[in-house]
Design a binder for this molecule. Structure first.
Ligand code: FRU
Length: 462
């Protein structure tokens, strides 16, 4: 139980403009991210009947520019038998599943059927299909569901993509959540699946593994390609509660091998997609033109997601982020993230500041509102750290786990000056440091917009 906040601000002023929110209901993970016929499709875990988690269905929104989203009817509703948990969607161009008639093209969603215990039958999580023959407007569950059942109640979140050319096959990455294991299956037709391999446990294992993704990226501008395996985990994230880590390595169509797996138990030695409290279940779009890799995360944290003070909608998605792979000054392959956002985007504040971060430099970047709320980002050149403090950022008393002071390292190569891009869109703040090598995503609930910025020296001797 949590006590209702005494300072709950007006939800109207808290609704972001460039971050997707459902009109009047709950959302969590992004699902089925897909580009098709000029439109980006965002499906999402949704409770069509309320503003807390439950009745989980696939909501649906589309966008032409990745910033303005239009919400549509529920794509895959919960039924008496099952909730439609997270998954992905593909364009079945070769009609491998046989769902399309002449002249048609099927979009196929691969989702987790989550069933509660019934009579003698225990709870189960199996993988199922739904398809659309009208470019995503309406969806039909496949009559042969489920297509993959391993007798588990913790087997979920299939991300499916085509690997190889005409002789290729479908690959599914999913999780055996409690075992902290990503499992890989292959299929010729989305219907018959064969176990291929597994990866994990590795690195952060302080919670269940969820929502994996696997994709190839070139290293910088070179022709060399590496694969990135993204794994969400709850709890045990770097900032507490839900968090998202990744591994860089190789994939041969069947098995993923990480380049670097350390025995260290220090989370600082792992690769994190985000160092804030609110970036979870991040997955990428299938079929984006020009090979761009675009991701969205759910901008919340299971620690307090059901209690955040907005009404009747609750939770937002992150901005769409383009991810690329670079070799850092220390020789490590790391993801760089950049928001997909027009420079003149109305309704939000987009700050850019350069902060000295040499030895002895200590500066605080203070975002504040006219109501006195503030978010403080301290760049400490001595400690080589970036600290994001939201304990004074507005309403904080709706949940004891919410107030937080989060930490990230100053990335290698930023020895004297660190660039920060800070995007404030009502209740979501996204911070991109070091050109996007480090990001923080944080929810804030200020009484007035955090629309002013100043840099204050905190030098210990000054
Ligand atoms: C991640 C998650 C997934 C699951 C979904 C249920 O946030 O727990 O593992 O499929 O949410 O809504």
């Amino acid at each position: 139980m949590t006590t209702p906040s005494t300072t709950t601000p007006d939800s109207l002023s808290l609704r972001p403009t460039a971050h997707f929110t459902a009109a009047s209901t709950w959302l969590n993970d992004p699902n089925g991210l897909l580009f098709h016929e000029g439109k980006y499709h965002l499906f999402f875990q949704n409770n069509p009947h309320g503003s807390t988690w439950g009745n989980i269905s696939w909501g649906h929104a589309t966008s032409a520019d990745l910033v303005t989203w239009e919400e549509h009817d529920i794509a895959i509703p919960a039924t008496d038998d099952e909730m439609a948990f997270s998954g992905s969607a593909v364009v079945d161009e070769r009609n491998t599943a046989g769902f399309a008639g002449p002249g048609q093209c099927a979009l196929v969603a691969v989702y987790t059927s989550a069933r509660p215990p019934r009579g003698d039958a225990p709870a189960s999580q199996t993988q199922s299909l739904a398809f659309s023959l009208d470019d995503g407007a309406t969806w039909t569950r496949y009559a042969g569901n489920p297509v993959l059942d391993i007798g588990s109640a913790e087997f979920r979140d299939p991300k499916v993509f085509w690997h190889g050319g005409d002789d290729g096959h479908w690959v599914m990455v999913a999780v055996e959540a409690v075992e902290r294991r990503v499992v890989l299956y292959t299929s010729p037709d989305l219907i018959t699946w064969t176990y291929a391999s597994h990866f994990g446990p590795a690195h952060a294992v302080g919670g269940v593994w969820e929502c994996p993704d696997l994709f190839a990226l070139r290293i910088g501008d070179s022709d060399e390609t590496r694969w990135v395996l993204v794994v969400s985990m709850n709890p045990g994230g770097i900032a507490g509660g839900s968090g998202t880590q990744y591994f860089v390595g190789n994939f041969d169509g069947f098995t993923f091998t990480a380049d670097r797996v350390t025995d260290s138990t220090d989370p600082e030695d792992y690769d994190w997609l985000d160092y804030g409290r609110d970036y979870y279940a991040a997955v990428s779009f299938n079929n984006v033109p020009d090979g761009r890799r675009l991701m969205i995360g759910w901008a919340s944290n299971w620690d307090y997601a059901n209690d955040t003070p907005t009404h009747p909608w609750r939770s937002a998605m992150s901005l769409v982020r383009e991810v690329t792979l670079v070799r850092t000054a220390e020789g490590r392959l790391r993801l760089v993230q950049r928001p997909v956002l027009p420079l003149d985007q109305a309704g939000l504040t987009d700050f850019a500041v350069s902060v000295p971060c040499g030895p002895g430099d200590r500066n605080a970047v203070v975002l504040s509102s006219e109501a006195g709320d503030r978010l403080v980002i301290t760049v400490d050149g001595e400690d080589r750290s970036i600290i994001c403090d939201r304990t004074q950022s507005g309403a904080t008393d709706f949940h004891t786990e919410y107030p937080s002071v989060d930490w990230a390292p100053i990335p290698a190569g930023f020895d004297t000056v660190l660039d920060l891009r800070i995007i404030v869109d009502a209740m979501i703040v996204e911070i991109y440091a070091g050109g996007g090598l480090v990001t923080f995503t944080e929810q804030v609930f200020p009484a007035a917009p955090l629309d002013s910025i100043r840099v204050e020296s905190r030098d210990t001797d000054g």
